[in-house]
Write a protein that binds this ligand. Structure first.
Ligand code: NAD
Length: 499
């Protein structure tokens, strides 16, 4: 059986802890590889290697560091098909979507190519007599990223792109469920010219994460995953004096006003609810039609379209979505579908029991639709993270606005309307971090930044964009005086001012 090893100091390193995890092929349900889970010694080795490499990497001028990013981008493009196939084989998302996963990470690498400009500091000439002030952003040292299973290419690149371009060394702890692509990314970074030791991949689980967060040599930790874990990792980091940013789960709403272009909105909602089998933190698992007529028209169109969606193996170019990641995750989604029934929601289409001929062991689920879901239901409040769409009917704009605003999660939201005034008011008032106006999945472009509110994000700086550079650097401000002549200024016991 294939073994997935750590990647430390520019090479694959076999696990020595004796612990390992199983990596499934979601299309067949078989175990396809064993992944090493790091123990304390392996972690120590990775951190020491990173610390040794970082000192020299920080001295490489920013333009040269950018050249590594440019070359890495070229290699990503040249290896796109191989990476997408590997990603699909462990995650289960279809190839076209796997390419999108890589592409969205690649765009953050493109942004990171601008690091010479991004790191330029500020300067004030003549802040006082003979006094100039400048500030510069310096790397932190060794930093770490902990990533979820659902974007095994994009999210690692959100983090290590800006971190490494800024002069840090990076330890990546990817999801143990689909760990192969992160290792390939690290290999390609070395091929692009990154010195060994600057980017290391250490596989692991809860124990590894806790050891990483507590490690005194690691200065900052970026985490993306589910909310309870994000919050506990955030708290652990704070307790150990670390700079932390921890992104959590989501329950994003799509609001449909009566004047929306319904055909377009339904097309958008189908892709956003069922794409990647609903395993996206920016999926739209809740749709809120405003008014009875909108709700009935929406339901009729969904009922017509959902049965035409094709569930297939991830290599099937005709498939709209593939299997979910593991049998345990499939069972969890089925549990939530049953809970929805028990809570009194109307199960309109049931995806349980779906079987793909020839792939009976695969972790497949059909598209599921619930109507008449209410905000009192646990299945509405919790993140299901599967191909399950819930209709929550609202009478008015205010009611529709209140639903995502009051929800515990605040990652993304979308509104579908032709009314600019209503859309503008919605965007201004809604208590959610990322808003789409006739855009179902408003993941910001690489030169803005990504971050949810409330239980979707702990910490105050977002992922990538300028916030990414700020998170992985710290500001040093220098006030300098070069007196002109021999005159000695009087001693002073008052706080210096610029009167
Ligand atoms: P997860 O929380 O199970 O795992 C995330 C990471 O934490 C993994 O690397 C995992 O090994 C590690 N981990 C697992 N248990 C841990 C524990 N007890 N203590 C410390 N670390 C632990 O998340 P997942 O199932 O891999 O990913 C799906 C979740 O991630 C969903 O909730 C989704 O909404 C969220 N997500 C959020 C964003 C965002 O930017 N807000 C993006 C993608 C995914």
């Amino acid at each position: 059986m294939r073994s997935i090893e750590h990647f430390i100091n520019g090479q694959r390193v076999a696990g020595s802890s004796g612990r390992h995890g199983e990596v499934f092929d979601p299309n067949s349900g078989h175990v396809q590889a064993r992944v090493a889970l790091a123990g304390a010694d392996e972690l120590e080795h990775a951190v020491a290697t990173a610390a040794a490499a970082q000192a020299d990497w920080a001295k490489v001028n920013p333009q040269r560091r950018a050249r590594v990013m440019f070359e890495f981008k070229r290699l990503l493009e040249a290896n796109m098909d191989e990476l997408a196939a590997l990603l699909s084989s462990e995650h289960g998302k279809v190839h076209s979507d796997a390419r999108g996963d890589i592409q969205r990470g690649l765009e953050v690498i493109e942004f990171s190519c601008g690091i010479p400009h991004l790191l330029k500091g500020e300067y004030t000439q003549g802040a006082g007599p003979g006094i100039d002030v400048y500030s510069a952003r310096q790397p932190l040292g060794v930093v770490a990223g902990i990533t979820p299973f659902n974007f095994p290419a994009m999210i690692p690149m959100w983090m290590f792109g800006p971190a490494i371009a800024s002069g840090n060394a990076f330890i990546l702890k990817p999801s143990e469920r689909d760990p192969s692509v992160p290792v390939r990314l690290a290999e390609l970074m070395i091929e692009a010219g990154l010195p060994p030791g600057v980017l290391n991949v250490v596989h692991g689980d809860k124990d590894t994460v806790e050891a990483l967060v507590k490690h005194p040599a690691i200065k900052a930790v970026s985490f993306v995953g589910s909310s309870d874990i994000a919050q506990s990792v955030y708290a652990l980091g704070a307790q150990h004096g670390k700079r932390m940013q921890c992104m959590g789960g989501a329950k994003n709403h799509g609001i449909i006003l009566p004047d929306a272009d319904l055909d377009q909105a339904v097309a958008d909602i189908l892709g956003a609810a069922y794409g990647s089998a609903g395993e996206r933190c920016m999926a739209l698992p809740v749709v809120v039609p405003v008014g009875e007529a909108t709700a009935e028209a929406l339901r009729a169109r969904l009922l017509e379209k959902i049965p035409t969606l094709k569930v297939g193996v991830s290599s099937d170019p005709q498939a709209h979505f593939g299997p979910v990641v593991t049998a345990a995750h499939k069972a969890r989604i089925e549990h939530y579908i049953q809970m929805g029934v028990d809570e009194g929601a109307e199960l309109v289409l049931d995806g349980r029991g779906f079987q793909l001929p020839g792939h009976e062991g695969g972790f497949f689920l059909g598209a599921t639709l619930f109507d008449r879901v209410t905000d009192a239901m646990t299945t509405y409040r919790d993140e299901i993270f599967g191909p399950v769409l819930q209709i929550v009917r609202a009478e008015t704009f205010e009611e529709a606005l209140a639903l995502p605003s009051r929800h515990a999660y605040g990652n993304g939201v979308a509104i579908f309307t032709r009314n600019g005034d209503a859309a503008r008011e919605f965007a201004e008032r809604v208590e959610v971090g990322m808003v789409g106006i006739n855009v179902p999945i408003p993941v910001p472009v690489a030169y803005h930044s990504f971050g949810g509110w409330k239980r979707s994000g702990f910490g105050d700086l977002n992922q990538y964009g300028l916030d990414g550079v700020r998170f992985f650097t710290r500001t040093k401000t220098v006030t300098q005086r070069w007196p002109r002549g021999g005159a000695v200024t009087d001693q002073s016991f008052v706080i210096p001012t610029m009167r």
